[in-house]
Design a protein around this ligand. Structure first.
Ligand SMILES: [Zn+2]
Ligand SMILES: [Zn+2]
Length: 337
């Protein structure tokens, strides 16, 4: 019988255990401690400079306001972050479970079946750390690519922008802003993640005849740490730059400050989650200068429509209704011509 079982299928026997490990969690205390330690180092090295205020500009601060500025954490936007975080965390296990147990194994099986059909059963390689690293890297690259594609579409397609706007309506950045998203956005990214795990699992399941489970465990560590660290720090107001050369490979946290800025030159840039490869390849990479001005939010024209929690929850529906109205008006006008 041809082999159609790979690491994701095998691991599904312990779904809940995987969920705990497989879905990167970036808002953990150790991750926040690392973030605060690095921010303190920046404060020391830069003599109090490096933290951005509500206005998106860097100023000199003493340590406590540098790490935990009152104007940011008491801002309406930060309070809305809390509300959206609660809603997101409530629904997240549902999306993650649903797609991890359906889309991921189905994708994995299809990839293995396709490879079997094309080239017969796989070479049944023996796994060692080099392969494990490659498996981790491939999962990361596929995940990052799908994240890029979804995110790009969300920025360019008005119907999807109506949903993603909620993430961009944040006027200040806090680690909770990472979870600031509309309820409808959760399943979209959960499908992307499930496809990535399934694709990489399928390819490596075929190569190793399903025996690459240890690599999956290694993969979890590698992937979750990188993703988790980036996720927490990129929504923190302290500008953490990488050397320019490294930023061409990995998204530095400050590059996401640019992504949240409403300045014309910053719009639709730095769309990937972890690496800079896809942004570089598709021409959307933007490596900022030191202390570059980044006013966050949607901009003066529409910000007032996205201040309260209710406005942010109802926002996409309001936008879609307006789009439908404009469309039917357009159709009517055409009929009268
Ligand atoms: Zn975005
Ligand atoms: Zn963001």
């Amino acid at each position: 019988m041809e082999h159609t079982i790979g690491p994701i299928n095998e691991l599904l026997s312990a779904v809940m255990a995987i969920l705990g490990e497989h879905v990167p969690r970036d808002l953990t205390w150790p991750m926040l401690m690392v973030m605060l330690a690095i921010a303190t180092a920046i404060w020391l090295i830069r003599d109090g400079w490096g933290a951005k205020g509500v206005n998106g500009r860097v100023s000199q601060q003493s340590l406590i306001p540098f790490l935990l500025p009152k104007e940011i954490y008491t801002h309406t936007s930060a309070k809305v972050d809390v509300g959206l975080y609660v809603v997101e965390r409530f629904f997240h296990p549902l999306w993650a479970t649903t797609f991890l147990v359906t889309v991921a194994p189905a994708t994995e099986s299809s990839v293995i079946s396709t490879l079997n059909a094309l080239w017969g059963s796989g070479p049944a390689l023996t796994s060692h750390w080099g392969w494990m690293l490659l498996y981790s890297l491939l999962t990361l690259l596929v995940y990052d690519f799908l994240f890029y594609v979804i995110h790009y579409c969300e920025h360019k397609v008005p119907v999807l922008w109506a949903i993603h706007k909620i993430h961009h309506s944040a006027e200040v950045l806090t680690p909770l802003t990472r979870y600031r998203e509309h309820i409808i956005e959760g399943p979209i990214y959960a499908i992307g993640a499930a496809l990535a795990y399934g694709f990489a699992g399928g390819l490596f399941g075929w190569l190793f005849a399903g025996s690459i489970v240890p690599a999956t465990l290694f993969n979890i560590g590698f992937f979750a740490v990188l993703f988790g660290f980036n996720g927490a720090f990129r929504h923190y107001h302290v500008a953490f730059h990488y050397p320019r050369g490294l930023s061409r490979w990995l998204q530095s946290p400050v590059m996401h400050h640019i992504h949240h800025s409403y300045l014309e030159e910053h719009l639709d840039t730095n769309l990937a989650a972890v690496t800079s490869l896809w942004d570089r390849l598709f021409g959307t990479l933007y490596i900022p200068e030191k202390d570059e001005y980044t006013p966050w939010g949607l901009g003066p024209a529409t910000q007032s429509q996205y201040r309260s929690l209710t406005q942010n929850i109802t926002g996409p529906f309001r936008d879609w209704a307006l789009m439908l109205k404009a469309r039917s008006k357009g159709n009517q006008a055409m009929r009268h011509e």
